[in-house]
Design a protein around this ligand. Structure first.
Ligand SMILES: Cc1cc2nc3c(=O)[nH]c(=O)nc-3n(C[C@H](O)[C@H](O)[C@H](O)COP(=O)(O)O)c2cc1C
Length: 363
């Protein structure tokens, strides 16, 4: 039998070598636990958290940092500019019992970039280095960075950045294969990710446009990356990590039945309902239902009905009716997921569009 890929980030063992990408408005504790229950993902990363909010005692920001032991190994991602604030935030994270602190050097949002954080650090390498060195001095847990390939097509510098990260004591670098200016358009450039892998000895995690398990396996083979990170593909298909492990071990990938998909929505509701009031809960379920039903026969009609529902009861009436009728008609549960389609839906969704629109989440 083939072996499952693993990697070591400092003292943290990540097995399998598959990572749930940080996603603002999505990878909160409920979603992370849902993924963890369904699949053996190796590492999960929180939504990005503002160091300003964290170090100034903002309650909402501190709530975003909360996690349960079953989510571990867990990496908490922070964003900011000032090295002292970043180091203070890293200390708070270490005290919380998180396994890894990750620094966001990829967020394209205007508000984050204006403050000097996120992807703007790719244009200010002395500051990027200062931040990493200052955090490194203050915490013992592994420190990692998530970057993009560069600011724009004329300044692709991921290899240079990765060397700085390695030289400053960073324990891993994750690269989303797009430039800041690309946002989420075009295709992720895995050639740059492969070049980074060639250039440094610390673990390199590749990210971008992996929407099925077979693609994850191909990215390992083509680029030699130490781990593959998956974002949007895991929202549409939370079993993607489980399926990738099946392929690594030489098995046919698990295919969730329609009943399993139905159950996941019910479970997500269970996990969410203790966390938020009914109105927010309705919004989250509408969002999730939208992602899950892309590519399913009759999915558009269900989304429309769910979107116009006024209460949790109404939402579940629609969902239950839909799945009952699909199961009765034996409709195949294909997930035909297109990240571009996701992007358009995401842009319209007020619950998840903060990251893309540039609203500062968590401050
Ligand atoms: C809704 C959404 C929110 C995101 N939030 C974050 C974030 O907080 N921090 C971060 O580093 N990247 C964030 N990203 C980028 C993802 O982590 C990932 O790099 C990107 O989506 C490409 O991977 P994918 O094609 O597998 O989705 C976000 C992406 C999406 C779609």
């Amino acid at each position: 039998m083939n072996a499952v890929r693993e990697l070591q980030i400092g003292q943290v063992k990540v097995s399998p070598a598959l990572v749930l990408a940080p996603m603002a408005g999505v990878t909160d504790s409920s979603f992370r636990r849902l993924i963890k229950e369904l699949t053996g993902v190796g590492l999960i990363v929180t939504e990005f958290i503002s160091v300003e909010g964290l170090t100034r005692g903002n309650l909402k920001t501190h709530r975003m940092m909360k996690f349960l032991p079953e989510e571990r190994p867990l990496s908490i991602q922070i964003f900011g500019y000032d090295e002292e604030r970043m180091a203070m935030a890293a200390e708070i994270i270490e005290e919380s019992g998180a396994d890894i602190v990750d620094i966001n050097c990829g967020c394209p949002a205007k508000k984050v970039v204006k403050g000097g954080g996120g992807s703007s650090l790719l244009r200010d390498l002395p500051q990027l280095e200062k931040i990493l060195l200052s955090i490194r001095r203050r915490v013992k847990i592994p420190v990692t960075m998530k970057i993009r390939t560069g600011w724009d097509d004329h300044s692709i510098n991921a290899v240079e950045v990765a060397k700085i990260i390695e030289g400053s004591g960073g324990n891993m670098v994750a690269i989303h294969g797009r430039t800041r200016m690309q946002g989420y358009s075009g295709r992720a450039n895995w050639e740059v990710i492969a070049a980074v892998k060639e250039a440094v000895k610390i673990p390199v995690v590749g990210c971008g446009d992996v929407v099925n398990a077979q693609q994850a396996i191909e990215r390992f083979a083509e680029t030699g990356v130490d781990a593959v990170m998956i974002g949007r593909g895991a929202i549409a298909n939370p079993w993607i990590f489980h399926q990738a492990v099946d392929l690594m071990e030489g098995r046919t990938a698990y295919q969730p039945s329609l009943a399993a998909k139905h159950k996941v929505l019910l479970r997500y509701h269970e996990l969410l309902r203790d966390e938020m009031p009914e109105r927010a809960l309705c919004g989250k379920l509408k969002q999730m239902c939208g992602y899950f039903t892309h590519g399913l026969a009759g999915g558009a009609r269900l989304r429309e009905r769910v979107f116009h529902s006024q209460s949790i009861h109404e939402i579940f009436d629609q969902i239950n009716e839909y799945f009952a009728s699909m199961i009765e008609r034996s409709v195949p549960p294909d997930v035909l997921f297109d990240p571009q389609e996701y992007k358009h839906q995401h842009a319209r969704d007020p619950k998840t569009s903060e990251f893309a629109r540039g609203v500062d989440v968590g401050v």
